[in-house]
Design a binder for this molecule. Sequence first.
Ligand code: SF4
Length: 648
Amino acid sequence: MGKGYMGKILMVDLTSQEIHEEVIPDEVYRKYLSGTGLAAYILYNRIAAGTDPLGPDNILGFMSGLLTGTGVLFAGRWMVVGKSPLTGCWGDANCGGNFSPAIKRCGYDGIFFSGISEKPVYLYINNGRVEIRDASHVWGKDAVEAEKMLIQETGGHSRVALIGPSGENLSLISGICNDRGRMAARSGLGAVMGSKKLKAVVLDGAKRIPVHDRDEIKKLSQKCNKWVQFQPPFLPGSMMAWVGALMRFFPTQPALDGMLYKTLLRKWGTVSTNQMSIEMGDAPIKNWMGSNVDFDPGKSITTNSDVFKECEIVKYHCYACPLGCGGICSTKGTYAETHKPEYESVLALGGLCMNNDIDSIFYLNELLNRAGMDTISAGGTVAFAIECYERGILTKEDTDGLELTWGNSNAIVEFIRKMIKREGIGDLFADGSKRAAQKIGKGSLRYAMQSGGQELPMHDGRNDPGFALHYSVEPTPGRHTTGAQMYYEMFQLWKVIKKLPGIWPLYFKGSKYDANETKAVMGAACSKFMNVINGAGLCMFGTLLGAKRIPTFDWINATTGWHRTPEEYMEIGERIQTLKQSFNIKHGIEPKDNRLSERAFGKPPLEEGANEGRTVDIDTMMGDYWKQFGWDEKTGKPTAEAMSRLGI
Ligand code: SF4
């Protein structure tokens, strides 16, 4: 009887071309699960302190999840891991699509690459045979074209993860793609793949994934699916601006329930909340110095979710997903189709740059997906460049003649093309806003909105201080998929873990800004839980349905045969978080230096709009959060006691 995991990893040295398998003891899975937890266990010891992220000693891993391929719903995420060249910290990013089960069907929980190949190569695994193959013919091709070619030449059934030209050019804001441009975008790990001259990982396996109790998994999945299929009546997409405006207007706020978000996701996808987010102050505008007053979501076509829905040709589901928040859209111009742009991409390339041109958003979405460049970081970097131009820090001469003003979509498109190619001014900005600011000088760093060098996502900590906290304290700084007040509300963990604080159905918005122990407990719970989710390979959107409706812990028990409590799984999450933080300390990171940019936590506060007058007490929140893990509350460094308590 199996336990959901394959019990083996593959190690590939691209310098020597040596390939070997390693058996992972059961005990390791019991302590770290699989996915990013197992990866942290493996890489913590094997990447030496001070390793150059783009050098041969960095190790890049492709991980599947513990629950992937077992019949568990939402369990199709794959994760890429390594030392981030963008932040110098622990780097990970995850993505949906169909690549995750392919890793396990080849017999592995993870595939790791060290060394640097002399020429471009790809790894091909076909029913137990592992080969390093020449990739010269696809080097330079975009991620969609190269994927198609590699699938064709390997018989038509393979699953492929690969980089585009951005990763090949070692842009530090590059991601890794699968399924026609879906991207594990954050942490800049596409550049690590490029530095290794590894164009792609091509997998074609048929191994069975063993589990403990398939009937129980099926029962749990069927029950969960009923919740997913339950569909309350819709509002038209254009009404979401009103919902957001009401949320801004009232001094109280209802606790968010993932059932509502699930409904929105299912119909429109992540763009469903574009307008609401701007109105309520969740979406940053004009490089984080504007607001709903500057960028009216009722007037901007770029934010209306119905517009995205109308051009959807077919819905898109990741592997094992009953929800299907994705879609393939028809577009005008160069590309006939693109994945439906995500909330993050639309806001980063839209409101953040004051860009109202919907065609440019569709075009840039596909351009960046094919290039393998992170849309959040690309948008954040352009917004920074525009602010520099508007302030006279950059001149028309510096920008190769581009009139880089707010909302000039032609200039934005051309600027991003140059970033992808590292051409002219694009070379300076291809490594993100912080690197560019350090080279430009003239006080420009204060306009680069980032944490630890990574551009901030499209959720404003001045609206939900939980985002400001997690951008600053996570071992992968600047990430929006690890925790927030709104996630805590939707996870509803207190319904299965009694000692966690509950949330009143209606609460005063002002209470969100209290920096106290309760908030720290909530923040730490989000981080621990997301480590379990990323070990299991679940999609976070599924987990937002709530802990009673998404039986994460029961699914793991049914899959592995373990009999563990939710509290015990949360301790595993704590162990993984502590190990990732220890990775950063080993590599010389000072956690407090990852605090997000001052403007983004309200220093100085905005003078108008949804977040008017708000400043987040971020320093207190960071210390309180670290204390929850038993780390030093002043420095954020894990203590010897915490390490020993967790058996690290
Ligand atoms: S909810 Fe969306 S992102 Fe998550 S697994 Fe389903 S289709 Fe993929």
